[in-house]
Design a protein around this ligand. Sequence first.
Ligand code: PLP
Length: 454
Amino acid sequence: MSLQTKYLLNESQMPKFWYNIQADLPSPAPAVLHPGTLQPVGPDDLAPLFPMELIMQEVSTEREIEIPEPVRDVYRAWRPAPLYRAHRLEKALGTPAKIFYKYEGVSPAGSHKPNTAVAQAFYHKKAGVKRLTTETGAGQWGTALSYAGALFGLQVEIYQVRVSYDQKPYRRAVMETYGARCVASPSNETVYGRSVLAKTPDHPGSLGIAISEAVEMAVQREDTKYALGSVLNHVLLHQTIIGLEAMEQMQMADAWPDVVLACAGGGSNFAGLAFPFIGDGLRGGQKPRIVAVEPAACPSLTRGKYAYDFGDTGRMTPLSKMHTLGSQFTPPGFHAGGLRYHGMAPLVSHLKELGLLEAVAYNQVECFEAGVLFARNEGIVPAPEANHAIKGAIEEALRCKREGKSETILFNLSGHGHFDMVAYQKYFAGELSDESYDEKELAASLAGLPSVPA
Ligand SMILES: *Cc1c(COP(=O)(O)O)cnc(C)c1O
């Protein structure tokens, strides 16, 4: 038997529509509220930040939303993305389970993020926008948006979380190569950044703070808008191309998952893989178990509260109902920077409340251990974020071994780790520890949630 099986689709099989789960929900997700009036926000409230076509996707209940041809044309550079069967990993684990993974690291930016960056840049350009601001943690989102900005002729300004800016200089070099400008956040360029630095001059930064800075810069200029790399409904929508392709590829493999897993930071790659499968189940198809894997040091789905909260630390965004650790929470500086966000996508949170998905949390060292085992069998060095999905899949495979079950496991390998080798070096040197958050800080952050009448 060959140990190398790859399932490839040809270009004509690339999906022509994104899948919108809002069409199939048993009950709609709670409304997004204006922080001043506590009334549902309307399209006009969001217009300073986003172009109208993205705002309309945010609230759409149409099941299929057409992928514009110029976006498909860019996607063709790396899509359809491959699906692999992890035969060697299965053998190493001695499991009767079949393990499949969808690989999103083949994009130019090395992760799933260009799936939405390219779409967002297209709609902004079409609306006449000249400049985009955004935040980035580990730098994956910043890289993806810089790439998309270069293709569509948009200037991109990136507020990068200070710890990552310092830890990952090569990420910044890539963003600059694509023509973007990077600023370490908190910065002196915004009112909010200056207020944070005044209190804590050596603040390590957080995604929540970087979002506040990017939003503050975007609302000041007519020609400038804002792009977010996860969390929002339209971002999750664009990522569903992952799951739609995976469904075709599982059919090619003559298999169907019993368990679908992905890591979850803001929830976009998880939703991208899982939502098409959940939707299929809601429409009468099979219902695989759906598992979100998050870091134990920033556990919004497993330890957070389902409540209205701000998307940023400076309290500038509308209020969304989501699983949150509180917008004032600063996660410890662990290496999966893309998973260091205080909240979870409202749609993912809503589905968790409806009992349509599960969540588990793992520590950083055990996730690196899983990633190294994966690399030594499958050859791909995974991003630290993706190591969480691998850890989750390995645990499922070992459960199958204990129970003598030959279940089919599908997970998303959201990106490669070529810019994260310092973290791997630290792991090999035994210098990586399981960072834990401060329980008192979490309690204080949750106590500070905005009060919204039921
Ligand atoms: C950004 C990122 C994540 C986390 O973001 P989600 O929105 O939760 O998908 C996961 N993996 C990689 C490789 C990333 O770049």
